[in-house]
Design a protein around this ligand. Sequence first.
Ligand code: IPE
Ligand code: MG
Length: 165
Amino acid sequence: MESKIEDIDTQNLPRHMAIIMDGNGRWAKERGKLRVFGHENGVKTVRSTVENCVKLGIEFLTLYTFSTENWNRPKIEVDTLMRLLVSSLRKELATFSENNIKLNTIGNISALPDKARCELLEVMKKTEHHTGMTLTLALSYGSREELQSAIKSIAAKVKNNIISP
Ligand code: IPE
Ligand code: MG
């Protein structure tokens, strides 16, 4: 069933919404198309989700866009996803400015292809002064990695006598 923005109780909204993007491949398969087609159409859904969150006044929107496990997909699919990331960032910079959206990322950004990383850093820099919704893209992100890096940084603080065990 399709839900409408008008049906949402605006008096009872979360400050932060996080969405796990999933089902692009299945969506395409149901239509007899390649997975890539699903990813391309997924971008449109992301766009309308972002726009609706802005309309509703959501403060933080986090999109789980690409997991650490997603690197194990066929190269052609990973390349397509990275290409879509770059082209979407380029296209949406104007939308970010019009809507006062600040772009942020979490995950192992250093693992991304140079082109994607550079585009991300550039758009983040250009939107850092925006005070509206913060849009966070989780890229090359995994909860295991996040826990690991948090524990490493705590261990380093203990080792350097900044905090006690
Ligand atoms: C989510 O859809 C998109 C990304 C991972 C970027 P999937 O690619 O996981 O699609 P399904 O789950 O195989 O249908
Ligand atoms: Mg999936």
